[in-house]
Write a protein that binds this ligand. Structure first.
Ligand code: ADP
Length: 543
């Protein structure tokens, strides 16, 4: 700190910023970074695999989340450390790109960090470690390609896809209903998939949830579900061959603004005003039913879906004129309804024409339980590509976790449609890669061979974590599976987590997508390399 004076002689204090900062340099910086990365990875390690534990996280405002999904755990953990944040990002990118394998990627990154700590202590320069890891990751990714298999499925043969989604769901809380949920996920993806272009637009799949009922009641609706009800209880609950007007303009007479002045001093004047208001509504309803330009030729919207509200007067009139309506429908839903029914969103009454109406085979309102909860099903739409997965469950936490698990299953199915190569799970692919990378290390002349060998050891930590989480002896199990792989030249031996009596993951039907696994290795290596290359950490002081 120093005292100085400005040009008017007023004193001020200069605080040297450097004195306020904490600085870590060289090996200390790397070690501190590695330690923080490993701390995060250790948290997720116990959540890996079908027998992985769940985490309960409470947000500052008391919301509780129970989950097993790596990306969600890290997202909700609210980490402060910058290196730990890198791992959060890592899990997020895996989620973003692939949608599954978010725990595995962090466990692998943690293992790579642990191995690099040992190498640094032995005096190997971080850059050599990073280069070794890079070489090893390329070898592993190429090897994955070699041991991958093509996966056959078709529109009429979705069973293989269902089984893959079941693998994903088997490690989640919802594994009780994995068969039915996997079927729902696959049918939903197939409904929106473009098999020729190998593309799936997941935006067309809407996942909705409502507390109540059982998880088994979860259903796939070939259409849209809107958490709204008819605006008047006496409106029909079921409309067949509905022609839907989708409006984003308010169904209300224009309200007088504050700068307008309405003088009403007699009963007559008030009645005229009311009459005018009613007329206004009448015209509006008429426009919807008949269409403004084609005056009396009936184009007949049989249902109005409106983004805005309408007041009681309008509601009453709509009911009387036999035009069912739904109000306060959100923008996203409105858009989905428009896509599904082939209708157009109409921002002004004047623009309403018969071609702009959406068409749906059946629109029905369904009541749930004994409560007054009602929802609107828009089914058999003209353009049947949009579907909804409607999740039921005992409480909000189960529904949220089911949504996350279904998302993973949807992503797996989508990835297989994009690229139908698979590798087997249960750690079998990692063990096979580890053997291959280990062999490659011996052929490498430079110091990198230590790093390559360390990479092989890090790959082993995934099956070890799976074994540990399933209550098996990690080292013993790993060594016996590894020797079995080498002896039988069988790349599909993995950890028998569910005690099914066989190590062969083909028999257990435990798959993962090839691109998912490759992405895990790529991303984990990238982040670890980035952490290793940081040799100076300057951060603000805590005091
Ligand atoms: P992630 O978020 O990374 O997908 P999971 O908790 O879903 O994490 O665990 C995935 C791991 O569990 C994968 O390595 C997968 O191969 C393995 N796995 C899943 N089901 C089984 C099973 N039935 N037997 C053995 N391993 C399994």
């Amino acid at each position: 700190m120093a005292l100085a004076f400005d040009e008017f002689g007023r004193p001020f204090v200069i605080i040297k910023e450097q004195d306020q900062k904490v600085r870590l340099r060289g090996l200390d910086a790397q070690k501190a970074n590695i330690a923080s990365g490993m701390a995060v990875s250790r948290i997720l390690r116990t959540s890996l695999g079908p027998k992985g534990m769940d985490k309960m996280l409470q947000s500052p405002d008391g919301d509780v989340t129970i989950t097993n999904d790596g990306a969600t755990i890290l997202e909700k953990m609210d980490v402060d450390n910058q290196i730990a944040k890198l791992l959060v990002e890592l899990s997020r990118s895996q989620d973003y790109e692939i949608g599954d394998g978010t725990t595995g990627v962090v466990v692998l990154a943690g293992a790579l960090l642990e191995q690099s700590q040992k190498l640094l202590e032995r005096g190997i320069h971080p850059i050599r470690v990073a280069e070794g890891y890079e070489t090893a990751s390329r070898i592993a990714v190429e090897h994955l390609e070699k041991i991958s298999q093509k996966f056959d499925f078709g529109v009429n043969n979705i069973e293989p896809l269902v089984r893959t989604c079941m693998t994903t769901l088997s490690s989640k809380i919802v594994n009780r209903c994995k068969r039915s949920l996997a079927e729902i996920a696959v049918k939903a993806v197939m409904a929106v998939a473009d098999l020729e272009r190998r593309d799936v637009n997941l935006d067309l799949i809407k996942v909705e949830g409502k507390v109540g009922g059982k998880l088994e009641d979860t259903e796939l609706i070939h259409g849209i579900l809107v958490d709204k009800e008819m605006s008047h209880p006496q409106m029909p609950k079921q409309i067949e061959d509905a022609k839907i007007a989708i409006l984003t303009c308010p169904f209300e007479p224009p309200k007088p603004k504050t700068k307008h002045k309405v003088d009403i001093d007699t009963v007559e004047k008030f009645q005229t005003l009311r009459k005018q208001e009613q007329q206004y509504f009448d015209v509006m309803v008429q426009k919807c039913k008949v269409g403004c330009r084609l005056l009396y030729e009936d184009v007949g919207a049989t249902l109005v879906i409106c983004q805005w509200g309408f007041d009681d007067e309008a509601n009453h009139l709509l009911m009387h004129r036999n035009l069912p309506a739904v109000r306060w429908v959100g923008g996203v839903e409105l858009e989905l309804i428009a896509i599904a029914t082939g209708g157009r969103i109409v921002p002004r009454f004047q623009e309403l024409t018969p071609e702009k109406l959406g068409k749906a085979g059946l629109v029905r309102e369904k009541a749930f339980g004994t409560t007054k909860d009602r929802m609107l099903y828009v089914e058999h739409c003209a353009n049947s590509r949009a579907v909804t997965i409607f999740i039921r469950g005992g409480n909000k936490m189960i529904i949220e976790e089911t949504k996350r698990s279904i998302h993973d299953a949807l992503c797996v199915a989508r990835n297989l449609i994009r690229n139908n190569s698979i590798v087997y799970g249960g750690g079998s692919a990692e063990i096979s890669c580890s053997v291959c990378v280990e062999a490659a290390a011996d052929k490498h002349p430079g110091v990198e061979q230590y790093a390559i060998r360390a990479f092989a050891d890090a790959l082993d930590s995934v099956p070890m974590a799976l074994a540990e989480n399933s209550g098996l002896q990690p080292i013993e199990t790993l060594s016996s599976v590894k020797s079995q792989q080498i002896k039988e030249n069988n790349h599909y031996c993995g950890i028998d987590c569910n005690d099914a009596g066989t190590n062969d993951m083909r028999e257990q039907n435990v798959f993962e997508t090839l691109i998912g696994k490759q992405q895990q290795i790529f991303l984990a290596t990238q982040v670890v390399k980035m952490i290793l290359k940081i040799d100076d950490v300057i951060s603000p002081s805590e005091y």
